[in-house]
Every structure is written in structure tokens, then in C-alpha cells.
Design a protein around this ligand. Sequence first.
Ligand SMILES: [Zn+2]
Length: 225
Amino acid sequence: MKKLVKGLQRFRSETFAANKELFERLSTNQSPEVLFITCSDSRIYPNLITSAEPGELFILRNAGNIVPPYGTASGGEAATIEYAVEALGVKDVIICGHTNCGAMKGLLFGKDLHESMPSVKTWLQYAETTKRLVLDKYPNETDPGTLINIAVQENVLLQLVHLQTHPAIASAISRSKISLHGWVFKIDAGDIFAFDADFGQFRPLTEHAKCASTGRLYLSEGSTL
Ligand SMILES: [Zn+2]
């Protein structure tokens, strides 16, 4: 905790002081163009990996970057999505998973979750289709790390499908007001892989600018991570 307090002091004397005008402008209004949905994992730092400034990303985080289908959950996800689209008018929604995701590990291998983490087990039911897809489609894959990273990719696609059950999202898509994107952050390389619907794969974002997808349920060409 001491480290955080010292960090706050440094932020005020250095970063805030150097960006006073930006924070003054942001104090009364925000107009982010992107809703960034990602995992709660401490290694994912949306503003750092996209070089985005304060005010540019509207961020929704939870374990496993999960979007419950509309009407199935009473958590804050639906409200956050609705507000981003209707009140803020975001133009892009990114669902960003990451390699070595603990939620995906729990989904695939957490047999004892119901005893020690019942809330996590209940939450991961919104990714149950991911588990089924991975286990049925890759029956010969035995390496746990590879299976987890396949699940990470499949889960991003599944959650993109769930996202489209939200009325505000469906309506905005139908009017070409919004684009959906599926990303995976590869932690050890610092790379973003984006789903490319033309290839049915996640590909390095730097190789192609056009990566928008309205979502699909599964990888057609397997893992690329
Ligand atoms: Zn995670």
C-alpha cells in the first residue's frame, strides 16, 4: 500500500502537473470512442498497450473478459455496455483476452472450483461453450498451456457473439454505427493479435489494419498464438 501512496504523490507532482490542461478538460466531460472489454488480470494495462490517454478508453473489466448474453445476468456488464453505446456513442468495441488467462485455466481445469470459489464457477458458466468447443475440437492437444491459449481465443469470439445479443449493440451494428473487434494480448511478446474474419484466425494487429468482425463462434483455422 505504501508503494501506491508514493505512486500517487509522484503522479500528482509529475504526470498530473504535466497534463493539467487535459485533466481540466476531462473534469467536466468525456467522449471516449472505444469501449474496451478485458480481463481483470493485473498484467493487462489497456492504456499502456494502446498508448491511449485518459478519456480515450471506456473500460469494462471482469474475470475472463466475459459478456453475459443480454437478460441472463444482473451484474454491471449490460449497464456499462448500454451506457457506452447510447450515452457516449462509442464507435468501436474491443473484447481483449490475453495469453495464460487464469479464468480460462479455471474453466478448463478447475474441477474443484465449486468448493473454494463458487462465485467464479458460476461466473464461468458464461464461457461454458468455450470449454466445450476447445475440448471437442482439439481432442489430441494435451499441452495445458496450448489448450488455455486456444480457449482464450475461442472465448473472445464467443463473447463477441454474446455482445451482439445486447439491444444497443445490435441496433448500432444494424445502422453501421459501431464495429466490433476481437483481440488477444500476448503478454510475453507485447503483441496484440486481432481476429480476422477473412482468415478465421487471430493475426498480428500490425500486419493488417482491417480487423473488424461482427463475431463468430469458433476459430476455423486453429490457434496462431
Ligand atoms: Zn484473464
